[in-house]
Design a protein around this ligand. Structure first.
Ligand SMILES: [Zn+2]
Length: 107
């Protein structure tokens, strides 16, 4: 397989994992964009603002995330991303499938 095709395909798979990761965090506690970026980097994902922010916007448009503007103690207003009811249902289903997939990978 051509290298470019490989990278493109891996990126597609990787984006799906990041989507699940984002939903999991939104489900635990709303977060803001720069927190998420740092967090994903800690997990070893190479991400940039040009990738993360459009992704969050898209997830909001699709109705899996919702935003809330919160004023921090320092007076700065931050946009927090939380999960929607639809997002919760999707996360539940996606987690089932990831568990199923990992069982298969062990065989
Ligand atoms: Zn995480």
């Amino acid at each position: 397989m051509e290298k470019k095709v490989q990278q493109k395909y891996l990126r597609k798979i990787f984006l799906g994992f990041i989507n699940i990761h984002i939903l999991r965090h939104a489900n635990k506690k709303p977060f803001f964009g720069s927190w998420l970026m740092e967090h994903l980097e800690k997990h070893g994902y190479k991400v940039s603002p040009g990738m993360v922010y459009p992704m969050l916007h898209k997830m909001e448009e699709e109705g899996v995330l919702k935003t809330e503007k919160i004023k921090e103690d320092d007076g700065k207003i931050r946009i927090y991303y939380g999960i929607t009811e639809t997002g919760k249902k999707i996360l539940e289903e996606a987690e089932k499938q990831v568990i199923e997939l990992s069982k298969n990978l062990k065989k």
